[in-house]
Design a binder for this molecule. Sequence first.
Ligand code: COI
Length: 357
Amino acid sequence: MEAEVTQVESNQLKQKPTDESQLGFGDIFTDHMFLANYEDGKGWINPRIVPYGDLSIDPAAMSIHYGQEIFEGLKAYRGKDGGIYLFRPKDNFRRFNISARRMCMAELDVDQAVNWMKQLILLEKAWIPKSEGTSLYIRPTMIATEPHLGVRPSRTYSFFIIIGPVGAYYKEGLDPVKIYVEDFYVRASVGGTGEVKTAGNYAASLLAAEKAKEKGFTQVLWLDAKHLKYIEEVGTMNIFFVIGDEVITAPLSGSILSGITRDSVIQIVRDWGIKVSERSLTIDEVINAAQDGTLKEAFGTGTAAVISPVGQITYKGKDHVVAGRQMGELSQRLYDEIVGIQYGQRPDKRGWVKRID
Ligand code: COI
C-alpha cells in the first residue's frame, strides 16, 4: 500500500539550511511528513504523505492523559558516491513493535512501515545533508488518539514519521563528554518500561538531567533502581567501558534500551577479536578502574550520538578523568568503522546497510 501524496505548493517550500556545520539536532524539519491511522477492526488505514504541519488531536486523546506513545530514531546517510543509505532499518521497526506490545498499542507491518518511510525520504531527498557527520534524522512515532478518559488501551492510533537534517547530537561533537553518575533519581526499573522507547522514560529523566546540566555535565549515567549500584545507560545512549583488555556494557536486563548501535558495536568488537562482555558492572568497579589506571576508555553508543567518548565521570562529588579527556583508540576505531559502513564507504559484510537511491 503506497502512501497517497499531497505535495506542498512549490512557492511554499521551506528554505533548506545553507550552512551544514550549524545543523545541530532536532530543530529543522522537511516539507512533508507521513501519517497513517489505526482503528480497531480496520487496521492501518489512510497512509499519506502531506505537508509538514500541526496535528489535530482531541484534547481527550489517551496519549495526552496516559502516555501511550512510542517512537524510534534512525538516519538516512548521503554517501560520497551520492547514494542514500539506511542502517538496519528493519531493526528499528522490529523494536517499534516490541515497544507497541509493551504499551498495548497497535503493531505495524515492518516491511510496510519501511516502505512508507522510504517513500517519504525519497520525496525529501534534497534535504539529506552531504557533509561529514551530518545525516537525515528520522523519527517514526505512534500516539493513542481515542478521546476517552477511562484508563485502558486506546482503540485508535496515529502513526507518523517526521524527518530533518541533523549534525552532531551533543554540542561537543566528537569531543569527550562529561557525565554525572546519578545516585538518587532513577530512570527505570526491571518490569517497568525502561527497555522500550516510550516518551515517559525520557520525561522521567529530565529533572536529574537538568540538575546535572546546571553543574556543567552533558549527561546523566543511570544506575539500577533497586541497588543504585549497577551501571545501566546514559538515557540517550548505551554505555561501554574498556577496563584492562575487556570491553564491558550492561546486559539487557529489562530496564535499558536494546540499542541498535550497541548491538552493532558488540558484533564489530567481537569480530576484531577483542573480548566484549554484556555483564553486570558496578559503579565501584568503574571508579576503582579509573583510580588504578585500568579504565582505558568509556564511550556511549546511539543512533543520534553515534559513538560519543566520555572524558570525565563524576560520582559522589569526585571527578574521574577518562582517557586523558581525549577520544580513546577503540572509540575512534569504532566511530570510523560504523560511520564508514553507514555512509557506504566501508565493506558491509553483515548486510546492515540498505541503499535506497
Ligand atoms: C536516538 O538515538 O535516535 C534516540 O532516540 C535518542 C534520542 C532520544 C535523541
